[in-house]
Design a protein around this ligand. Structure first.
Ligand code: AR6
Length: 185
């Protein structure tokens, strides 16, 4: 299963490159210096062009568990929301709460700007080492919770780069739906 309806809004999973995904906002898995790097961050800055980094430099940084907004340069989006997820240190260092907080902040910022569509990557599960099977339920739970409340968002899409990541999110979505997290498939 790759799609769940929550409160009439859509939470969906696709495999792909988030830089090619058309949405009002896309999230980035950034670092607290907003300094750019590899993974999805590198791909977003490469595809979006230098304007995004200029704005990141002006903002200066972002604490772990938080997010900041810039324009999207050449990307087919209006905003990039740079979220800073936690580095995995074994799970006993507040990683889950920081990851949940990073997603919540992205969702709040997108809604504050009136976005109807949002694309998300799997924050922290690449270079930052967060086990994807543990990150996926947190990521999906944060989105489902947000969609149950007042929001401008109508569709939130996880754009997952690898098949393994998608499969992990599919399992977590099945568990969420089974636990009554949505209305229908
Ligand atoms: N589209 C969607 N997902 C992608 C893409 C893409 N184009 N490229 C990679 N991913 P990571 P983190 C997936 O490492 O763990 C950077 O250097 C990737 O397969 O990008 O939060 C930053 O500057 C994985 O599932 O982010 C930070 O320093 C997911 O994106 C640090 O890495 C996240 O992997 C952040 O590490």
């Amino acid at each position: 299963m790759t799609r769940l309806t929550v409160n009439g809004r859509v939470l969906e999973l696709v495999q792909g490159d988030i830089t090619r995904f058309r949405a009002d906002a896309i999230a980035n898995a950034a670092n607290s210096m907003l300094a750019g790097g590899g993974g999805v961050d590198g791909a977003i800055h490469d595809a979006g062009g230098p304007e995004i980094m200029e704005e990141c430099r002006r903002i200066g940084g972002c604490p772990t568990g938080q997010a900041v907004v810039t324009g999207a340069g050449r990307l087919p989006a209006r905003y990039v929301i740079h979220a800073v997820g936690p580095v995995w240190f074994g799970g006993a260092h507040g990683e889950a709460e920081l990851l949940r907080s990073a997603y919540r902040r992205v969702l709040e910022l997108a809604s504050e700007r009136g976005c109807r569509t949002l694309a998300l990557p799997s924050i922290s599960t690449g270079a930052y080492g967060y086990p994807v099977d543990q990150a996926a339920p947190i990521a999906l739970g944060a989105v489902a919770e947000h969609l149950r409340g007042p929001t401008s968002l109508e569709r939130v899409t996880f754009v997952l780069f690898t098949r393994e990541t998608l499969e992990s999110y599919v399992r977590a979505l099945q568990a969420l739906a089974g636990a009554g997290g949505g209305e229908r498939r």
